[in-house]
Design a protein around this ligand. Sequence first.
Ligand code: PMP
Length: 425
Amino acid sequence: MANVALSRVCIFATRTSTKSSYWRGRSILCSSVKMASTRVSSPPAELLKPIHVPKKTLMGPGPSNAAPRVLEASALPILGHLHPEFCTIMDESKVGIQYAFQTKNELTLAISGTGHAGMEASIANIVEPGEVFLTAVKGIWGERAGDIADRYGAVVKTLTKPLGEVFSLEEVEQALKEHKPAAMYMCHSESSSGILQPLEGLGPLCAKYNCILIVDCVASLGAVPFFADELDLDVVYSGSQKCLSAPPGSAPITFGPRARAKMANRKTRVSSFYFDMEWLGNYWGCDEGPRKYHHTAPINSIYALREALAILAEQGLESFWKRHQECAELLWKGIEDMGLQMLVKNKDLRLPTVNTVCVPEGVDWKAVTVYIMKKYALEISGGLGPSAGKVWRIGLMGENCTQYNVELVLKALKDAIENCKQSKL
Ligand code: PMP
């Protein structure tokens, strides 16, 4: 082991010694580890050239582009994960997340990970092995939640709706009566079908049946009116990279009083250490105790999230909601003017953030996305899960949700459809 370590020093010293006097003195090491260095493979040539990141407008289902000031924040100097200045930034992010969710829940923070981490943290903490977990499936996200709950030892029951439809309270109540679940999953913003699930009444209904409600608003937080406390939701999580327009890597999450009581009464330990909310809540200053080291937060991702939340605070939630709705309506009109159809017919149930446009007969959906990327450096994407091959998904999220971008994507889509039809004939 020691020889291998020395040989690494040797290679590095050789590469840089002409440039750096710091390493010149260390080149003496080379002779003593000459033999060992023959065992070390060459440094990867790919890394000896500069990183290549083209500029693209990301109007798929996420991530979306970040504001320059958010990216600048993420390039600020790294602080220690328990330094007081970083703890202040965590506290500021926490109140920003409470504002975004419209909650006063004390146990509110950002999980270190993407939206899936929020999903897994919710399930890992709420559901115990052998308990019934009900998942409402109307696209891929309900399936994912069921898969995760199954891995944590839950008995998974499924309530299913066809593509582009939502659940009624009556349907949910029927399933709650039948399965008596300890927890249920509902996706607010089903980004695979472009549908927005109404949440009114669902929280109190689950409470009536002693079921903890977990709501996924990864593709809607910041874009659609959302009131976690008023709706009496137990657990809600989201992702940083969609409507908040921060880089991917942090998942805002909040736990209400019923969820906390369920966690406090667990008979078994949370089987994930990384997602254990007792530890995470302490690290995020959500309890009385001094903050303890649990893991090293992705420091610079938290700076970026904090800055994205600052933009939300400066502009205000209502202005974010209004902009998303107005841009979506502009897009829908443009799509209909082109003779195309939206998958979700009822405008009140359309997700304004991930818009699903039906692929017309005779058009190669993939060729269209490739054409648009090549000519406009613009991302729109195809369907996912049950919508694969049937729709394009056009994202209008956060920074990218502007009238300019709506006009750009409509122009690009029209151009691409004309050209991709021609190439098929
Ligand atoms: N839930 C929904 C509704 C989503 O749209 C996504 C991301 N497309 C996720 C969960 C998973 O998020 P991530 O890719 O950030 O892990």
